[in-house]
Design a protein around this ligand. Structure first.
Ligand code: PCA
Length: 155
């Protein structure tokens, strides 16, 4: 199993969460909530209103998200779904654990420290104009920004 930190449309309550819970895609077990140790610029870009964490550590905010443990099948599914490595690249980042909320109470399932290394889909293939967009610290497709994510199926 692999730890993955999601900050965008894959979070619970967001438009692509159902892809994480669909057993056809593999397995994803919720572990808890966290935020990036480093600051990053998180923007909503392109006509489909897609959240992008630009891989520029030190700029922007600590980004809030959710930690999941996923199997190899789900990781492969997510790589393909997220257009990795063209649109996003999957890299390892250190995440500060805010709440360890998983159902797994076994010693191995519990967080021993207050940080954890996770895969994250961030991007270096961004448009320079994106640097001028507002930087978010937490993504919500349905937020007051009005930039609701446009589903893949509706494009
Ligand atoms: N999906 C991935 C990256 C951005 C997005 O919308 C995520 O939720 O972390």
């Amino acid at each position: 199993m692999h730890n993955i930190f999601v900050y965008g449309t894959l979070k619970n309550g967001q438009p692509n969460y159902h892809r994480m819970t669909d057993p056809k895609n593999g397995k994803a077990i919720f572990k808890g909530t966290g935020r990036t140790m480093e600051k990053y610029p998180l923007v909503i870009a392109q006509k489909e209103n897609i959240p992008f964490l630009m891989n520029i550590p030190g700029t922007g905010h600590h980004i809030a998200g959710e930690i999941y443990s996923v199997d190899e099948q789900m990781l492969q599914f997510l790589d393909e779904f997220e257009g990795c490595p063209d649109m996003y690249q999957r890299t390892i980042k250190r995440i500060e654990i805010l709440e360890w909320g998983g159902k797994d109470n076994s010693p191995e399932g519990r967080a021993a420290a207050n940080t954890i290394e996770c895969f994250v889909y961030s991007t270096t293939s961004y448009q320079p104009e994106w640097l001028n967009l507002p930087y978010l610290n937490s993504y919500d497709s349905y937020g007051t920004h009005g930039l609701c994510y446009i589903d893949r199926e509706d494009r």
